[in-house]
Ligand binder design. Structure first.
Ligand code: NDP
Length: 283
């Protein structure tokens, strides 16, 4: 049986862990898979996607900066992707159409609630950032029953735009970054900024934290370290990074394309091992 062809599109894409994760899942499930990484510049992305699906591609993960373009070029869009206006999964349907989906928010909840037991229901949540990942996180946190969602972003207008998109004025508010020191402590702080991956440290007041506060960073590895270190020092009850979210979203794509749920915990153990002892070739 010929290998199923799947890929990840990004620009750059060399850092992506998706090829490794999908290879692990394929090994676990015995599926013959050819999973590549395609680096496409924004002006080549549409052509590259059409070529991929015209030549036997079954599914594609999509990472920065193509998530909005992936949403726009699809023939069909899932309900979640329509709410967000972005997509991170493209799937070839049996009738030849390409479906755009988004599983970032579900992946975050599967990790935060499913793995770590932090249920956003009835919690006061602070969400830092207003980019694509923050958008997915915001909808997911509200859907999961967060009592109150406070949005803060370096560029306040983007937080305002996200709040307008959420259309939940009773449960959402926007706070200027500079006014965070006037907020009460939160039950949960979610960092959806890319500051850490750019080796930048967020300036956050300790008063955001009390002994019941959980901290979750969507970034992982070295990118999550500055925020996690701040959260620990500030006295958070527990801190988590987004590696599990990454594996959950990869597993959901895998299941969408192959109809089999891989073993997420086994893949996470393998990744933790790899991140603790990264091979020279990865750097
Ligand atoms: P975007 O580029 O869309 O958004 C970046 C956000 O970070 C913006 O809100 C930006 O603010 C903010 N930001 C960047 N630098 C700083 C800084 N120095 N201080 C304060 N705010 C800053 O990125 P994404 O939303 O796609 O991704 C955000 C993070 O989430 C990334 O680190 C990414 O790796 C991670 N992620 C993890 C996933 C996982 O599966 N674990 C999945 C998706 C994303 P401004 O608007 O002012 O520019």
């Amino acid at each position: 049986m010929p290998a199923v062809r799947c890929t990840v599109f990004g620009h750059p894409v060399a850092h992506s862990l998706s090829p490794r994760l999908h290879a692990l899942f394929a090994e676990q499930t015995g599926i013959a898979l050819e999973y590549t990484a395609i680096d496409a510049a924004p002006d080549e992305f549409g052509h590259a996607v059409r070529e991929f699906f015209a030549h036997g591609g079954r599914g594609a993960n999509v990472t920065l900066p193509h998530k909005a373009a992936a949403f726009a070029l699809a023939d069909v869009r899932t309900h979640t992707a329509r709410r967000l206006g972005v997509a991170n999964v493209l799937t070839l349907l049996p009738d030849g159409r390409v479906e755009a989906g988004s599983n970032d928010g579900a992946g975050m909840l599967a990790d935060l609630h499913g793995r770590f037991g932090v249920d956003p229901r009835e919690r006061d949540v602070l969400l830092l950032g207003a980019g694509g990942a923050a958008r997915a996180a915001a909808f997911a946190l509200l859907d999961a029953g967060a009592r109150d969602l406070t949005l803060a972003n370096r560029t306040p207008a983007r937080a305002q735009a996200l709040a307008a998109m959420l259309s939940e004025p009773k449960r959402t508010r926007v706070v200027d970054w500079g006014a965070l020191d006037r907020c009460e402590a939160f039950d949960l702080i979610v960092n959806a900024t890319s500051a850490g991956v750019q080796h930048e440290v967020l300036m956050l007041p300790r008063s955001l934290v009390c002994s019941r506060t959980f901290a979750y960073d969507l970034s992982y590895g070295a990118g999550a370290q500055p925020f996690m270190a701040w959260a620990r020092q500030a006295g958070c009850a527990a801190t988590f990074d987004g590696l599990g979210m990454l594996v959950e979203t990869a597993a959901a794509s895998f299941e969408r394309w192959h109809g089999v749920r891989p073993d997420v915990d086994a893949a996470l153990r393998d990744l933790h091992e790899g991140l603790a002892h990264p091979p020279d070739a990865a750097h």
